[in-house]
Unconditional design. Structure first.
Length: 86
């Protein structure tokens, strides 16, 4: 995993934790049809590139659009600390 991928995964995980709010990890994971362990890995950045359908299911469970998720995790959204890979 590159530093850029790790940073992107950490941003994505932080966004999911914030969106989850007071809901439990188990509750959100069940609503998305994934395991709580998978959600934990995504939220902690240990799974920095989850499958599209996993992301789509999480967006639906958290009542977010895919555009919101993509925009928050895009390079340049307050995280240009690392350059894009070549």
């Amino acid at each position: 995993m590159t530093p850029w991928e790790r940073q992107r995964g950490e941003r994505f995980g932080a966004l999911l934790r914030q969106a989850r709010g007071e809901r439990s990890m188990v509750e959100v994971a069940a609503a998305a049809g994934i395991s709580a362990e998978t959600l934990r890995k995504i939220e902690t950045g240990r799974a920095p590139t989850p499958a599209f359908f996993t992301v789509a299911a999480l967006a639906a469970a958290l009542e977010m659009s895919l555009d919101e998720l993509a925009g928050a995790c895009a390079v340049g959204s307050d995280a240009r600390a690392l350059p894009l890979p070549a």
